[in-house]
Design a protein around this ligand. Sequence first.
Ligand code: PLP
Length: 365
Amino acid sequence: MNIEMTVRPGISQISPYVPGLTDDELKEKYGLTQVVKLNANENALGPSPLAIDALVREASHVHHYPDGSSEMLRNAIAQFHGVDPNCVLAGNGSDNVIKLLAETFLNPGDNIVTPNPTFSEYELAALVMDAQVKLVDLADDFTYDVESLVAAVDAKTKLLFICSPNNPTSTIMTEEQFSYVLDNTPENVVVVVDFAYNDFSTRQDRAQVRNSLFESPRVVTLHTFSKLYGLAGLRVGYGLAHPDLWAYVNRIREPFNVNRLAQRAAAVALTDAAHRDASILLAAKGKAHYRRFAEQHGLFMPDGEGNFTLIRVGDGKAVTQALMARGVMVRHGFRGILDCIRITYGTDEENEQCTTALAAVLDRR
Ligand SMILES: *Cc1c(COP(=O)(O)O)cnc(C)c1O
């Protein structure tokens, strides 16, 4: 039997996500005892100690289903942002929210508009719904080209995705550019702004959450506990939008989409300002470290924000593999920028190990 005859047509055109080696696989392959994992934009400080305490306390309750509406967590998030709790939808990671938006809005033949390169989940979510993906290249320095972004919107466009700071380029959309996008796209296009890394940034001119964004169901902002809060393994994120929009999304949301441990730990993590500040500071030190390295070696590094950077190294794949053999994991293979690697900012020591290895690899060419 050929199973492909039964599979939905669009699915066979989607290539599976290929994760890199895990740190354990890398140790095994190269006989290493220690690896520096800078390939997934995780928080080098780990989770907040308060979040770990909450996890431990919650562990003995996991025989009970979680609160399906994540009410306590949504209240904590609403308070944090100063919005109504009904403006908050919690997800099993923000990936879950992206998928739900695609399922809620996209018919076969509709399209989404997204920058290129960017986070691959927007495209995947659209393809699963048999929707088209209209990619709009970033400018040469990886800043947003909002005129082109707006020009790509057509009568079939339902969702316009923006990622700021953009993964993998780290470049931001400014508030001015964001206003331009909102002013120059039809009201019925939902603009989704992924702020996964925005709280690492202190740049005054960046697009940010404002209460006025949620006065009508036109804008969704996405947020995650995976990066700044160091809870990637728990899978918890959220979206902010007008309650009318979430009313539809809630019809198709899995009833228990955020687990008990994640709800507790995330709510507590929001209250740990010391952990958040330390994480922001560590990223700022990381950025300065790689900026110095890029300047010393004459390598292009975009003017970016967040807890990671791109560096243009020539053959991104070869450099990634050579770094791997030295126990340093980074990421490469982003569409259109195969000459770049993406490095997550680690601890001071990890950053030092990474640039030492990178200098050695680049010198050998
Ligand atoms: C890591 C990341 C996310 C977070 O995804 P989760 O599902 O919440 O772990 C979302 N958007 C971007 C751009 C990311 O890089």
